[in-house]
Design a protein around this ligand. Structure first.
Ligand SMILES: Cc1cc2nc3c(=O)[nH]c(=O)nc-3n(C[C@H](O)[C@H](O)[C@H](O)COP(=O)(O)O)c2cc1C
Length: 375
């Protein structure tokens, strides 16, 4: 087999010519992203994810993006209560696959940057250039309390993350034996060997929604996750263009990604019925309430109507774009996301393993025909 040419450009293209990259988001967690009580909900178990990753790899799916989650949300199902640590998870999956890129999702405040860099390089060598990083600052205070780490306010959170990512990038660069003295770290004689596979650093993503989070992503990352409009393609297009223009102000180019929650069935009626069954009638409403409380969203803070809306949005994969329908409808929705300028989408399903085959059989060929994907 030819050596993979792991330039940063090829890494961000995920080594193919797809216009729209498609990945599976959240499969390292029990329940995935669906806050539902239905018994077929995703287990998050290693054996299931391994089978899923192999099937996704064989089908030409571009990436797997895990969630860095340390503590579940409770509710009747202990939503996302059982999770696999993302860097070790990614390493295992990279060893068992050939082409798919696998991300680790790392809380900068909880990982020393040099331990993190060492883990990134290790995963990247296992995957021969297919490892990517989703760097997050965290928002869930309960998780930080568990570590005995104080969550900083927004500005300082991203200020710290800036120094953290500067150190990580320098350690991953050809540089060795350097000192770093900053506000948060004082490091002497930093050496990291080996360097990433092929020399270039792994692709980096971030999904901050605050102004500080977004500008951190635009300054430092190759990919940025944002929410797609539920209203129109034009709104999403404007948003994507705005983000790209802001990146250009920093002299950078960035790929914009979004998150989708997919209910695909052979007919539209079946899809709508299942959506109602799993996401509305079968929602784990007590977990939804707990998540909203963590985000300080209550009838008192946002008003009853907005609260009711948020409740349904959060039951549906914590707020991703609902993609519900038969293969034609779903393929068209993906094509629209691509037309709006998005570079990729991370999708989740109630049971990834059961639901992926129909997507592979019916939607991927349509997207290829439409010129949205090459694979
Ligand atoms: C695609 C995506 C993945 C995310 N993954 C995680 C994660 O794994 N762990 C986490 O604590 N936060 C995660 N987040 C939350 C963001 O990193 C970010 O903290 C949140 O959007 C709030 O933005 P802010 O930090 O700018 O306030 C994710 C968000 C998105 C959209």
């Amino acid at each position: 087999m030819a050596e993979r040419d792991a330039t940063l450009k090829n890494r961000t293209a995920m080594y193919n010519d797809n216009r729209l990259n498609i990945g599976l988001f959240g499969a390292n967690c029990s329940s995935g992203r669906a806050v539902t009580t239905v018994p077929e909900r995703w287990s998050g178990a290693w054996r299931d994810t391994l089978a899923l990753a192999k099937a996704a790899d064989a089908a030409g799916i571009d990436f797997m993006l895990p969630i860095g989650r340390w503590k579940g949300y409770g509710g009747d199902t202990d939503y996302q209560g059982a999770t696999l640590e993302t860097l070790t998870w990614a390493s295992g999956l990279l060893a068992a696959t050939q082409n798919i890129s696998v991300f680790g999702t790392v809380h900068a405040p909880l990982f020393h940057p040099l331990i993190a860099a060492k883990e990134f390089v290790t995963a990247d060598h296992i995957g021969e250039g297919r490892f990517g990083l989703n760097v997050v600052c965290g928002w869930n205070e309960g998780e930080f309390d568990m570590f005995g780490v104080a969550q900083r306010d927004h500005e300082r959170r991203y200020d710290y993350a800036q120094e953290w990512i500067d150190i990580v990038k320098r350690a991953l660069s050809p540089d060795n034996d350097f000192d770093h003295k900053g506000e948060y770290f004082d490091l002497k004689g930093v050496r990291l060997k080996p360097k990433p596979w092929g020399g270039a650093r792994p692709m980096m993503m971030n999904a901050g929604s605050s102004e500080a989070g977004r500008s951190f992503a635009l300054r430092n990352c190759d990919g940025f996750f944002t929410s797609a409009s539920r209203v129109s393609l034009e709104e999403t297009r404007d948003k994507v263009q705005g983000i790209k223009a802001q990146a250009a102000d920093y002299g950078r180019e960035i790929d914009v990604y979004t998150v989708g929650v997919m209910t695909l069935r052979r007919t539209a009626k079946e899809a709508q019925d299942y959506y109602r069954h799993a996401i509305i009638d079968g929602a784990d409403w007590s977990a939804v309430r707990d998540i909203l409380a963590l985000k300080k969203i209550s009838p008192e803070t946002v008003g009853q109507d907005e609260y009711n809306l948020k409740k349904t949005q959060y039951a549906n994969g914590m707020g991703g774009l609902p993609i519900v329908g038969d293969p034609d409808m779903v393929a068209n929705m993906f094509a629209d996301l691509s037309r709006a300028g998005l570079r990729g989408v991370g999708i989740s399903m109630v049971n990834y393993g059961d639901e992926l085959p129909l997507f592979v059989e019916e939607v991927l060929p349509r997207l290829k025909k439409m010129g949205v994907r090459a694979l």
